[in-house]
Design a protein around this ligand. Structure first.
Ligand code: SF4
Ligand code: SF4
Length: 474
């Protein structure tokens, strides 16, 4: 017994995350390899049972990748060895509603400004995406500008992501025919239902084309299916965007949400939509904030950990591929670097793919004339992972982010939008890597210092800016 405790302490003491302030990239990635092996040993000590090997390897890879992303951000590298910590995918680019200001607005003059092809992602294409990016990431948002539940294989998308131990979340109007049983059985972790009212008349002013009665029926079906399957997932959120026309129904919505068995109500302030419909005004005063109707619970159960064994072979291969080799494969991360200054963390920790397999860095959709927003930096073909992360435009975007101009003089080529971007859209859910590690590592195999150090890294906090980043030290 004593030997075991001593061994654990020795392991804990020996496990040091590499310093993200390290100037020498070779030193950093060599230390990262050591860290990943040590993290695996610590985890394996706490999860010795058969079948836990893949889980321990996977978590070690994800933790190492988070440090690599923080290292790149700290040093403002243009090319990355790390992979995105957060993923965002549109299963379909379509939506059958027409909310004002959305790219699906019924206002053709507005909607036609967006560069948004109608497309549906095939499950096999999504599997490829997950195979390439899933082992390194901690969460995946299965939505952006399309309605994810219109995809008939949405539950299979969730199952695929779960094989890589990803926290899964989706946002939906819930205004469609729904197979609630399959949705719950998929293991989806969090479902945000956008319902801006507590009556048909009020709801329909903003959610145009939505059916309030159907939405409420669907909420009830999901709660029923959770009970029938003895499942606590998905955590159900009623999101209420507060406008002048609906703010009087917030309390009625709260009462209805509680009665149905929804877990949480979020009353949020939306962006102005008056440029599309001047009659819809954002509420200046409203009971903004969250109300909990249930106890928060850990999303990662033993079954989640066990489910990764179906990808055991791939996980093993990724675990044994060294960070040093990856670094040498990328090459030139210092040569391409910019000096420390303002940067956008989206470019370092996140990656978005729409249903046409177009890769963009964040949740902003591309736009065409008259005010083009060049944001498609690559197209994913199932294999070109490195080219996607370090595409010509992505590296230019990191190098010249918010500088106002690119250093290239190629007038034929559009500048990445990040060069002139002044927007800082908050992510749908921050990649809280520390929280993720605490959730998946229930038995605390990793020393407490690891999530603590990651929590202290400003990359995984919001908002972030140049001044805050100057305090960033690990
Ligand atoms: S439900 Fe969402 S995606 Fe669909 S039109 Fe409304 S805002 Fe756009
Ligand atoms: S700089 Fe702007 S466009 Fe580029 S990733 Fe950041 S928020 Fe998105």
């Amino acid at each position: 017994m004593l030997t075991g405790v001593r061994r654990l302490l020795r392991l804990d003491r020996g496990l040091r995350p590499p310093s993200i302030n390290s100037c020498d990239a070779a030193d950093f990635f060599s230390a990262l390899d050591k860290f990943q092996r040590g993290a695996f040993r610590c985890l394996r000590h706490r999860y010795p049972e058969r079948g836990s090997d893949s889980f321990c390897k996977l978590v070690a890879v994800k933790a190492a990748n988070a440090f690599a992303a923080a290292y790149h951000f700290r040093n403002r590298h243009s090319a990355l060895v790390s992979r995105p910590v957060q993923l965002q995918v549109d299963p379909t680019n379509a939506c059958h509603l027409h909310c004002p200001s959305c790219l699906h607005s019924a206002n053709i003059a507005w909607a036609s400004r967006f560069d948004w092809p109608l497309a549906t992602l095939r499950l096999g294409e999504f599997d490829e995406f997950c195979r390439e990016f899933g082992p390194f990431a901690t969460r995946i948002a299965l939505f952006r500008d399309g309605e994810p539940l219109l995809h008939r294989q949405f539950p299979e998308f969730v199952t695929s992501a779960k094989g890589h131990l990803l926290f899964t979340l989706a946002s939906t109007s819930l205004s469609m025919r729904l197979d609630a049983e399959s949705l719950v059985a998929s293991g989806l972790d969090r479902l945000v239902a956008a319902i801006d009212g507590a009556s048909t008349a009020t709801y329909s002013r903003y959610r145009r084309g939505g059916d309030f009665g159907l939405v409420i029926d669907n909420l009830r079906s999901i709660v029923r299916a959770r009970r029938a399957q003895s499942s606590l997932k998905p955590w159900l959120v009623w999101q209420f965007l507060a406008f002048e026309h609906n703010v009087h129904e917030v309390e009625a919505a709260a009462a209805l949400a509680r009665e149905i068995g929804v877990d949480q109500l979020v009353v949020a302030k939306p962006y102005s939509v008056e440029h599309d419909d001047p009659s819809i005004k954002v509420a200046e005063r409203a009971p903004f904030g969250e109300r909990l109707f249930a106890e928060p619970r850990n999303w990662c159960a033993a079954t989640e950990r066990a489910s990764v064994t179906r990808n055991a072979e791939a996980i093993d291969a990724i675990f044994h591929e060294s960070w040093m080799d990856r670094y040498e494969g990328v090459g030139g991360i210092e040569r391409e670097s910019r000096s420390p200054g303002s940067a956008c963390a989206w470019l370092y920790y996140s990656l978005t793919m729409d249903a046409a397999r177009r890769i963009t860095p964040c949740c902003l959709p591309p736009m065409g004339a008259p005010e083009p927003r060049h944001l498609v930096y690559a197209n994913f073909n199932g294999k070109n992972t490195g080219e996607v992360v370090n595409s010509f435009d992505a590296t230019r975007a990191r190098r010249d982010c918010r500088s106002g101009r690119t250093r290239d003089v190629d007038v034929q080529r559009a500048s990445p939008y990040c060069v002139t971007c002044t927007e800082m859209p908050p992510p749908p859910m921050m990649p809280d890597v520390a929280g993720y590690l605490l959730s998946v590592d229930e038995r605390r195999g990793l020393p407490a210092a690891i999530p603590t150090v990651l929590a202290a890294s400003r990359l995984f906090a919001w908002p972030h800016n140049e001044e805050e980043n100057s305090e960033f030290s690990v």
